[in-house]
Write a protein that binds this ligand. Structure first.
Ligand SMILES: C[S@@+](CC[C@H](N)C(=O)[O-])C[C@H]1O[C@@H](n2cnc3c(N)ncnc32)[C@H](O)[C@@H]1O
Length: 424
């Protein structure tokens, strides 16, 4: 078979698979009483799909991404990736001008009125809105009025997602433009301040050390984490299914931010007591997020995780999305800071991505994790790690950490990596 014939077979195979999976997806939605996907803002959203629906959704994303790449051909495929950067210009405008809030939930607003409210020219507002409309964000009525689509309505009703958008547009995006200059300026560096973020924001410390003195930016970072954690595939409660918790009565959640993980664990594990440790600046936000009925089992403690661990003899010490913020040298320091507090058999758990070996998952799924990897590079000169990197980190920190492998939980994007303290 010629190469051209093979490609046409590949296209047809993808199209047939897409048609078959779409049918299955619709059947699952019907079976579970869900509305079919639509851009209509009047239809229900946030339908939590059953596991079969989530799998089909992922399959369809994988297949349609592959179909698009083939149909576009190499030139258009790259061309469209480059053009996509203006999506951030558009989302930044929506965030900054609060357009999602100004458009009434059940009505519309004229461009003229909108322009007056935000103090920007009507022509500019119309251009921003009309680009957004091409991405299914907002819809236009009668040529002069802006109304919600399903997506813009979701933005209006998701303040934490808007915080994430603001964080990406104002903190990460400038950093992204400096990521490669940083690599070239400090080749092979193991210092977190040798990053695109540091150049873009004129910093000589780690991002989190800067945030200590900037409560508003710190709160936006924490809110972005709350948004992430509210997505089922990244929800902290999956950790409950990774281990047998019978013997775990006390856990320290190190770098636990405003407490999403602590609340999720304490809700499902009624015997568990949790200490959240983070910078003092997050204490108030954490106190607010702990429900009254859990307040006798969760406490917040201000603690710098590079200093010696003050909570001795806990059954488990947990780091969620901490190690990927730091180069290896600092991860080893984090583990060593625990040692004086550890009793024999204490478990150290890390909830983080594990980068799959190249080609062992779909390009779509592998691309998501490798995207985080580059984001960690731009922000902190840090990285996501493969399984062997995790093993090595524990080993480099101290051979008495007995690496206990990586656990996966169905439906969870993060993996659960752990080691047991074998020292006396
Ligand atoms: C990416 S966030 C992860 C938050 C949380 N574990 C989660 O999964 O939602 C990293 C956290 O580490 C905290 N952090 C950074 N440096 C720290 C330090 N030296 N001591 C304690 N916490 C720190 C930050 O304040 C932030 O809450």
């Amino acid at each position: 078979m010629t190469k051209a014939a093979e490609n046409s077979c590949e296209l047809e195979r993808l199209a047939q698979d897409i048609a078959a999976k779409t049918k299955e997806f619709i059947a699952v939605l019907h079976k579970n009483g869900h509305a079919l996907p639509s851009h209509d803002p009047g239809l229900p959203r946030n339908q939590s799909l059953p596991p079969a629906g989530v799998t089909l959704q992922t399959n369809l994303m994988e297949l349609t991404t592959e179909l698009q790449a083939l149909v576009q051909g190499p030139r258009l495929h790259v061309h469209n990736q480059i053009l996509a950067h203006v999506n951030l210009v558009n989302l930044h405008a929506i965030y900054k001008l609060k357009l999602q809030e100004l458009v009434p939930i059940d009505g519309s607003i004229s461009y003229k009125h909108l322009a007056k409210s935000v103090g920007v020219g009507e022509d500019v507002i119309r251009r921003i809105a009309r680009y957004a409309i091409t991405k299914h964000i907002f819809q236009e009525n009668d040529g002069n009025y802006l109304a919600h689509s399903a997506t813009s309505k979701m933005l209006a009703e998701s303040p934490m997602m808007m915080e994430w958008i603001g964080m990406v547009c104002e903190e990460m995006w400038p950093a992204a433009t400096q990521a490669i200059p940083a690599l070239m300026k400090w080749p092979g560096s193991q210092e977190p301040q040798h990053s695109g973020y540091a150049i873009a924001h004129n910093l000589d410390t780690h991002v989190f050390d800067m945030l200590v003195d900037q409560p508003e930016r710190a709160a936006r970072f924490a809110n972005a984490m709350i948004y992430f954690n509210s997505n089922e595939d990244l929800a902290p409660h999956h950790l409950c299914d990774a281990f047998d918790w019978v013997d775990v009565k006390q856990l320290v959640d190190i770098g636990g931010s405003a407490g999403s993980t602590a609340v999720a664990l304490a809700t499902r594990l009624p015997e568990l007591n949790i200490v959240i440790q983070d910078h003092a600046v997050l204490g108030e936000q954490a106190q607010r997020s702990i429900p009254h009925e859990l307040s006798d089992r969760i406490e917040f403690m201000a603690h710098d995780f590079f200093k010696v661990q003050p909570v001795h003899d806990a059954d488990a010490y947990h780091f969620r999305w901490i190690f990927h913020d730091w180069p290896d040298k600092y991860c080893v320091m984090l583990l060593r800071a625990l040692i004086p507090a550890l009793k024999t058999g204490a478990r150290v758990i890390v909830s983080d991505f594990v980068v799959p070996e190249l080609g062992t998952q779909s390009r779509y799924r592998e691309g998501l994790v490798r995207g985080f990897d580059l984001a960690m590079m731009e922000l902190f000169n840090a990285k996501e790690r493969e399984q062997r990197d995790w093993d090595k980190l524990f080993c480099d920190a101290d051979p008495r950490f007995l690496f206990d492998g990586v656990r996966a939980v169905a439906g969870a994007d993060l993996a659960f990596i752990s080691a047991v303290w074998g020292g006396a």
